[in-house]
Ligand binder design. Sequence first.
Ligand code: C5P
Length: 233
Amino acid sequence: MRVAAILTAAGSGRRLGHALPKALVPVAGVTLVVHAARGLAASGAVDEIVVTVPADHRPAFADALGTADLSGVTVTLVVGGATRQASVAAALAGLGPDVDVVLVHDAARALTPPSLVGQVVDAVRGGGRAVVPCLPVTDSLVDVADHEVRPVDRSTLRVVQTPQGFDRALLDRAHAAAGHRAGDERAAATDDASLCAALGEPLTVVPGAAAAFKITTALDLAVAEVLLGQEAS
Ligand code: C5P
């Protein structure tokens, strides 16, 4: 079984309020994309990593990843598309025919524990064709559609994380079926399991990890600095 991980890093990171693309922002002196790639490589469960990058920052990504110690795991860069979905589709299109398991992971989840990567790959090996790490919702929720405010029962809801793991043929089929949505941010999928679910495929849930939170805001970045600082001391 050859396992490829697509690491999405082609976003702008506008919500972070940084001049650099989010994946190039350093935390504890190392860019987010390198933290995320190291986590994938350290799992020992990934054979190759394909990173989606913004076209105008490709050289900076090549520099950062070229000098990172990734335990011998091969890294390839692919220029991303207009949306996350389009970026994943571009990376998928370039995978070799020998890849049969694909992980899709966000560089923004830079502190994801290697053990979670391993658990997702194990679940695919165990027969899960679309594997999603999830956490329970801890906040109370309301639905504000149509200008009405309705409380929502959170007990059956889950927060979805990455890496998500897939049978490669299924993920290819899911992206092909949803290709018409990929160019428009309002229509595009924000994750890949939802594209498989749209084909009627059952999803396999594994427990997520608090450390796999998505770094989106300046506060998230500050939390990541504290956590990595604790690791170093
Ligand atoms: O914008 P958001 O935080 O939801 O992006 C999730 C992930 O998808 C990030 O790691 C980002 O770099 C990546 N992305 C991408 N191509 C895009 C937009 C986002 O690879 N066009």
